[in-house]
Design a protein around this ligand. Structure first.
Ligand code: NAP
Length: 267
């Protein structure tokens, strides 16, 4: 049996095992692969276990995504820029760290037929997820990316890094700039935890237009998405991103295309 794990602290709430095991069954690999969750505080111990061959693949979640980069032998190009990993796999005897969050976001947008090329994309937040998303979208020729964050220094740093690595036009600001830039945005992607506990959206929803796309990576859903949907906007939820980043990880481990509808249904 090839053991797959999601590791984090806390981890009890994670629905990744049910999502991944449903997909593993759907592709007929349930006799070969099993996915479980493991509470991990000490990364050195779990990576030692990995190197001994007791683990076939790993997903990494909060708070280990950045620290885990120190325990692998190589990082993919995206993971190097993002500076964080959420997936680990052995390739040619080396532990390789991947980051599938950005591609998960992109596929979730594509699923709703949203085109990012030549579009103005407003990203709210400048943490790990915003970093993965802006890097990946930046590599797919948007017209412009606008990054707004509570603290300007984090938005500025991310803005510089995206520009350096993708050559796309990127501007930064604080959350106070939301109302000013909102009319110019074709796609709005909310990447802070606001809304998880029912907090009011950072965007004044009344200012949205129905031709704008609104994505919220907080899952399962938020007031921002419910209200944007009522206006008539195309909306993309965090569950779609969760499913697609998980599907990409499973593809890295098994080499197989994974049925995302089965994964979503399992959640
Ligand atoms: P993170 O690295 O901790 O970054 C959090 C971001 O939110 C930072 O930009 C932070 O700004 C901002 N923020 C935090 N509290 C805020 C507040 N009260 N008001 C305004 N801004 C605030 O976290 P992350 O990994 O990017 O995750 C962000 C959210 O996305 C979490 O809810 C996470 O569960 C979710 N997520 C979903 C998926 C998915 O697959 N759907 C994947 C990854 C993450 P400052 O630094 O300026 O405070």
């Amino acid at each position: 049996m090839k053991n797959l794990f999601v590791i984090g602290n806390p981890i009890a709430h994670s629905k990744s095992p049910q999502m991944q095991n449903a997909a593993i069954k759907a592709i007929g690999l349930e006799k070969d692969f099993f996915y479980d969750k493991r509470l991990v505080t000490d990364l050195s111990e779990i990576f030692e276990d990995f190197r001994k061959g007791n683990i076939f693949g790993m997903n990494i979640t909060i708070p280990h995504k950045i620290e885990a980069t120190k325990y692998v032998d190589e990082l993919t190009k995206e993971a190097t820029f993002i500076g964080a990993i959420n997936t680990v796999f052995i390739s040619d005897g080396k532990l390789v760290g991947h980051n599938t969050d950005g591609i998960g976001c992109m596929r979730a947008l594509h699923e709703k037929n949203v085109v990012t090329k030549d579009k103005v994309i407003l990203i709210i937040g400048a943490g790990g997820a915003a970093r993965a998303i802006s890097m990946t979208l930046g590599l797919h020729a948007p017209k412009k990316i606008i990054i707004l964050n509570e603290f300007l220094d984090a938005a500025e740093k991310l803005c510089q890094d995206v520009h350096k690595n993708t050559a796309v036009e990127v501007i930064s600001g604080t959350l106070e700039n939301i109302a000013t830039v909102l009319p110019a945005a074709d796609i709005i992607i909310h990447c802070t935890p606001i809304g998880m506990k029912g907090e009011p959206p950072l965007i004044n929803v009344k200012e949205l237009r129905k031709d704008q796309v609104v994505m919220d990576i907080v899952y399962p859903t938020t007031d921002l998405l419910k209200e944007a949907k009522e206006i008539g906007c195309v909306t993309v939820d965090g569950l779609a991103m969760l499913v697609h980043q998980g599907a990409e990880a499973l593809k890295i481990w098994t080499g197989k295309e994974v049925p995302v509808d089965v994964m979503r249904a399992a959640l």
